[in-house]
Design a binder for this molecule. Structure first.
Ligand SMILES: Cc1ncc(COP(=O)(O)O)c(C=O)c1O
Length: 443
């Protein structure tokens, strides 16, 4: 593998008509070779049948499952049953009769299976931001006397804001550095570091970091590692127990298709469960929640990671959605994901470089998650124009078009069609229409 583009294209940025001609006849006579390759890949795709598990509107190429996964078909009947029968008929008895009380732990155990964790270490609930606060605070408290919390300066904003907040509350210095700088930093200042908090996949570039190596380096310095798995869970194999992870958090509305605002999760390794001190001491995490005592005693198990009353409907939707993974196997998901992202990188190198588009996602497969981010001028406008043409990706400021690839419902041919639409928009300049520049509340 090389880190430079495999193919160079002539610069046609000044001459859109040359770009259009190139799109129509990209070299050889007959079928577009990239389309032929896509058709071939579809013919051998073992996961093709899984698309049936999802509701997806006709004519849409959905490249935003890394932001909000689509609706798995099983969700609506499951939630309808819960609302009609359990809530509607069985009322409050459902906490016992249908074991609503145990749902956060049961879903936690299901999530554990997707991140290489044994049961009893994952609790589902609340948002990733809340769980980041829980995990970072608990991690730092495991190392009293140490002065520093490390985070990544290009980490997702919540990760950075909450690191600052934890730093203020605990009187710690917060240092921002890129994961590639960790080892050097630890060799100088490792004895001062209480905890390190990184995302496994960079939400902007799609770079995948070395979970095992960074965890090892952190622990060798005597510090505690906190992983944010938002852009990893459901997209690639994660082996938390195998790498000896400490704490981790993640969301479930991206590659797990749990629905808008579906609850997040926290992982606390068994060996830490008797020592951690989580800051949010809600009554659900008490050793005897129904003893209704005035002072807090945490449950000894992962139950201590519960906070308040769980968002039952969202959690039930998530539980149903996880059935979309039944019998699939994350290794097969990863293999197809890499093939899809490779397809897009090749397309971009061959057909989009001429429009000033740069692939910022690493080309080496072991260094990339399940997205491809393309840097380009006027990325916001291009993204809006694409959406109007039925190809849905998203924009990340200041200049990235971010495309996510979920192998369970995407075909190689439709991804090719989506990329062709992108090339057409860039070539004909239609994205320059003023309406595409108007910013919505959510970009
Ligand atoms: C890497 C990462 N961390 C944290 C968050 C925040 O998640 P939430 O809005 O569920 O708190 C996100 C949201 O997209 C994210 O991508």
């Amino acid at each position: 593998m090389t880190d430079s583009p495999t193919t160079t294209a002539p610069d046609a940025a000044q001459d859109p008509s040359a770009g259009l001609a190139a799109l129509a006849a990209p070299g050889a006579a007959g079928e577009d070779p990239l389309l032929s390759a896509a058709r071939l890949a579809d013919a051998g795709d073992e996961l093709a049948g899984l698309r049936e598990r999802f509701e997806l509107p006709d004519g849409v190429v959905y490249l935003d499952g890394n932001s909000l996964g689509p609706l798995p078909r099983v969700v609506l009947p499951a939630v309808t049953e819960l609302v009609r029968r359990q809530w509607g008929q069985d009322l409050i008895t459902s906490w016992n009769v249908h074991d609503w009380w145990g749902l956060p732990g049961r879903v936690g155990d299901q999530l554990a299976g997707l991140i290489g964790a044994a049961e009893g270490q994952v609790m589902c609930g609340d948002s990733t931001s809340v769980q980041l606060f829980q995990a970072m605070t608990a991690a730092c408290r495991l190392r009293p006397g140490r002065s520093t919390l490390l985070t990544d300066g290009v980490n997702f904003p919540s990760d950075q804001y909450l690191a600052d907040s934890v730093g203020q509350l605990l009187g710690l210095r917060v240092v921002r550095l890129h994961p590639s700088e960790l080892t050097a930093y630890l060799s100088e200042h490792g004895d001062q570091v209480a905890a390190v908090s990184f995302s496994l996949v960079d939400y902007r570039t799609g770079e995948l970091f070395d979970a095992a190596g960074l965890t090892r380096a952190t622990q060798a310095a005597g510090a505690v590692m906190v992983w944010d798995l938002c852009h990893a869970i459901g997209a690639l194999p994660v082996a938390l127990d195998e790498i000896g992870a400490d704490l981790a958090v993640g969301c479930t509305y991206k590659y797990l298709n749990g629905g808008p605002g579906s609850p997040a999760f926290i992982y606390i390794a068994h060996r830490h469960q008797r020592h951690v001190q989580l800051p949010l001491t809600g009554w659900n995490g008490h050793r005897e929640p129904f003893g209704l005592n005035g002072s807090y005693v945490p449950a000894e198990s992962i139950e201590q990671a519960r906070i308040g009353t769980p968002a039952l409907l969202s959690m039930a939707a998530l539980q149903a959605a996880l059935a979309a993974f039944d019998g699939v196997g994350i290794d097969r998901v990863r293999a197809k994901s890499l093939a899809l992202t490779q397809q897009v990188i090749e397309f971009a190198d061959q057909r989009l470089a001429r429009f000033g588009v740069e692939v910022v996602t690493p080309r080496r497969p072991e260094l990339r998650g399940s997205q491809v981010s393309l840097r380009m001028p006027e990325a916001y406008q291009v993204c809006q124009a694409l959406i109007e043409r039925g190809v849905i990706g998203d924009f990340r400021a200041p200049d990235l078009l971010r495309l996510g690839f979920t192998p369970m419902y995407l075909s190689f041919t439709e991804v090719h069609q989506g990329m062709l639409t992108l090339a057409e928009i860039l070539a004909d300049g239609s994205y320059r229409q003023p309406r595409f520049a108007q910013r919505a509340a959510v970009t």
